[in-house]
Design a protein around this ligand. Structure first.
Ligand code: TYD
Ligand code: MG
Length: 457
């Protein structure tokens, strides 16, 4: 076997260095560089040697046109919400990372998917974290079909691949990437080098044999994929569970996808019988009191290919602290600070002596700037202690000059709001439809001050 050599890798950004140093040159983080042992033999040669594949694929140069476009059909996971996040189903030969906090439901979701898939194709579930009995008990309790799914308790990547070559599954789940290891690296499972090499090995295996591989990955306290961000380079698609683990609802989102758009949102509910799809999420995120209360407004966001109605709440209260707090849950904290400055400058509302809290109900994370206007209206409503009308929806981006900018898919957002019984919409002037839709009064605004005047008399 070739001699192993060392390499120094930053755990945060994945950049490589020739020697150990206190600070990473690339991302400027301190104490993130760790030594990893890599085999001197390149990754390709190793997996080729192992799989007996050497020499079979001679490298040749082709033009784009010559490359065969016959795509293998995508495999449906049996869950529309997951398929949409994956960009239309599982692509054969792809490596998909499923990340999330412990207890998010990664194992549950994949077990449900695999039990369903097993009736149509050869499927293998490799568990390194739970025992076979634990998985079997869970499957029984959830009432899943258990007769076809093949199970394996193993943590050595080489052995897993050896067995996979005999069993020839079309889909494999590795639960989780942090407990598997490759033989020729000395460090412990879960360390940067092990996770990185194991993922690279499995990804290569997936490509060579056209097997779709799901890798389960845990996240660290600060929400990054445990240890190495390096993992994201080699996989094809990364799906993360986000949202509040205390609530019943789990949202999944793709952060990287080589075969589809990112930022599609899938919604599941964790029930006593496992994860259930939520096909009409607006209905749940909107379950609110009939009573109007200050500081609350309904926002229409655009998630990938569909609109979603969520409630935004703000609480503006006199601060007892020298530095008033600005806290945003489910929204961007920096955006909140920026909007407060715009509010002061362009609408003359001073909140520098107030604590400001903002929250999106239901644990949804809102990342688009189309939420600006709604957040501002919620803050003004709480500040003035005046409730906004119950039948009102708001969307629009706010610029630094206090202008209200149009957002994509305005018509579809308005249509979705009509479907849910809303009758007034405060939107950017640029998003006002040419022919007014039936049953909806549309207020188009160009300036922040104009928006505030049109709602608060
Ligand atoms: P699990 O899939 O084991 O999480 P992960 O693999 O992401 O760590 O999910 C475990 C959580 O889900 C656990 O806290 C209990 C909850 N749960 C239910 O509420 N109902 C169920 O039917 C199942 C299987 C789990
Ligand atoms: Mg698990």
């Amino acid at each position: 076997m070739a001699k192993a050599k060392s390499s120094f890798v930053c755990e945060d950004c994945g950049s490589e260095h020739s020697r150990w140093q206190g600070q990473c040159n690339a991302c400027k983080e301190w104490n993130t560089i760790t030594e990893i042992r890599v085999s001197a033999e390149p990754q390709d040669a190793r997996s080729a040697r192992y799989s007996g594949y050497a020499g079979e694929t001679a490298s040749k140069v082709e033009t784009l046109q010559q490359i065969s476009l016959t795509e293998l059909p995508r495999i449906s996971s049996g869950y529309l919400e997951l398929d949409r996040v994956l960009g239309g189903g599982i692509v054969p030969g792809s490596a998909i990372l499923i990340g999330g906090n412990p207890g998010a439901g990664k194992s549950t979701l994949l077990l449900q998917v695999m039990c369903g898939l097993a009736s149509k194709m050869n499927a293998l579930y490799v568990t390194g974290e739970e025992s076979l009995q634990q998985v079997a008990m869970r499957a029984n309790r959830l009432g899943l079909p258990t007769d076809k799914l093949k199970m394996l308790a193993e943590t050595s990547v080489e052995k897993i691949c050896d067995i996979a070559m005999k069993e020839l599954p079309k889909v494999i789940v590795i639960d989780s990437i942090q407990v598997v290891h490759v033989g020729d690296i000395a460090s412990a499972p879960g360390s940067v080098s092990q996770v990185r090499e194991s993922a690279a090995f499995l990804t290569r295996f997936a490509k060579q044999y056209g097997v779709a591989i799901f890798l389960v990955g845990h996240v660290t306290k600060d929400g990054a994929l445990a240890g190495p961000k390096v993992l994201e380079h080699c996989i094809d698609c990364s799906v993360m569970f986000d949202g509040d683990m205390d609530s019943r609802f789990r949202t999944i989102r793709s952060h990287k996808n080589r075969f589809g758009a990112v930022n599609e949102l899938g919604v599941f509910a964790m029930t006593g019988k496992g994860l259930k799809e939520v096909s009409n999420p607006s209905a749940i995120f909107l379950s609110r009191d009939d009573e109007e209360s200050p500081g609350s407004v309904v926002l229409v966001i655009w998630e990938g290919t569909r609109p979603l109605l969520v409630e935004v709440q703000a609480l503006v209260d006199e601060s007892q602290m020298p530095n008033p707090r600005r806290i945003a849950v489910g929204l961007d904290q920096n955006r909140l600070a920026l909007l407060l400055a715009v509010l002061h400058r362009h609408a003359g509302l001073q909140m520098s002596d107030q604590d400001v809290f903002a929250n999106v109900v239901g644990g949804v994370k809102v990342t688009e700037t189309g939420s600006d206007l709604a957040l501002l209206m919620a803050m003004v409503s709480s500040f003035k202690n005046q409730a906004l009308p119950h039948n009102l929806i708001v969307f629009g981006e706010v610029g630094l000059a206090g202008e209200i900018r149009p957002v994509p898919s305005g018509q579809e957002r308005i249509r979705e709001a009509i479907k849910h019984g809303f009758t007034r919409a405060l939107v950017p002037l640029g998003n006002v439809p040419k022919t007014p839709p039936k049953g909806m009064e549309i207020i188009g605004v160009k300036k922040l001050s104009q928006a505030i005047d049109s709602i608060f008399s």
